[in-house]
Design a protein around this ligand. Sequence first.
Ligand code: NAD
Ligand code: TYD
Length: 352
Amino acid sequence: MKNVLVTGGAGFIGSNFIQYILDQQKDILLLNLDLLTYAGNLENLRAVENNPRYHFVKGDIRNRTLVNQLFDEYHFDTVVHFAAESHVDRSITEPEIFLSTNVLGTQVLLDAAKVHWNLEPDNKYCREYRPGVRYLQVSTDEVYGALGKTGMFTEETSLSPNSPYSASKASADLLVRAYYKTYGLPINITRCSNNYGSYQFPEKLIPLMIHNAQNNIPLPVYGDGMQIRDWLHVKDHCAAIHTVLEKGVLGEIYNIGGNNEKANLEIVKLILSQLNQSEELITHVKDRPGHDRRYAIDNIKITTQLGWKPAYTFEQGIHETIQWYLDNTEWVSRITTGDYQNYYDQMYGTNK
Ligand code: NAD
Ligand code: TYD
């Protein structure tokens, strides 16, 4: 890994990954291609913006000309594809952009990798690639759909996505798989559970609840709040991706999860308690349509075959995360005073 293309590096996980990988690997040149949608924020990358090993290009992964130019110029050997529309609630009201970015954007990157890395790009039978190249698709456990009270998602679980977001991510995964099967493109797919940590956009459960609790705004819990997610600290996700880049068997899918199932209501109460706020702020609102009841990841493959395991306990991670949001209220308020307010009003009404 020498010349790395990271897409979506100004978002939550991408920006954590860039800081992590530049710190871990002193010999790489990293280019961050990000469109800076509402979710992209260059403030997340202050710590690396003057690092000569870090370059940024504002642009769209769907722009074939640009993507091919960047491959020509930078001779990437590694692609880590984070860029996506990532919020389930937005996908319910505006599915089209999810298909466009998450599916067609992925296809542009796969095509560029194939053309630039294949030793005979004009020969459709050629399955030989430059040594050491790898394309990593960052995906989600949501592609598997929802679980009942028991069971876990393994890499063999059939894909059964329920939201436009997860359907678009599953579609992209299938394309990546097809490029491996048809063209032999050296790929991996990682499917991670819900992440939490610093720089997460405050439309997602944990930062939204911290923000509301801090500001005495009601905490909107969907339905009964007993939906379960398997939470993983974002830095553990970054370390898992790094492990797959170094040791993953080409063509393989790896689930990433922390064995840390929590009901939403439990998390909301924990945040309120840590902020010394009353549970009276909890407001049960109408449930999300098609709301997945439970996710749980079986992480046996990545832990036993590649030796990765999470470093954070949830207690430590959530404590640090809440503290990060308390210490970075300006970062949050620069977001919440912009377009976010319109989104919030549309999503939850003016009853804040
Ligand atoms: P995010 O919404 O915080 O960031 C997405 C980034 O992609 C933003 O910087 C945005 O500007 C950029 N982007 C969007 N469209 C683009 C385009 N057309 N061209 C270039 N850049 C574009 O998302 P996140 O939470 O950091 O998630 C990153 C990836 O990880 C996504 O692929 C998501 O599906 C996956 N994932 C997320 C989670 C989670 O809990 N957040 C869990 C598992 C997997
Ligand atoms: P979210 O952070 O949107 O992640 P995902 O839907 O990808 O799992 O939501 C996490 C859980 O929290 C999910 O079950 C929906 C629930 N939720 C609420 O109850 N209220 C909210 O305001 C939000 C944003 C989420």
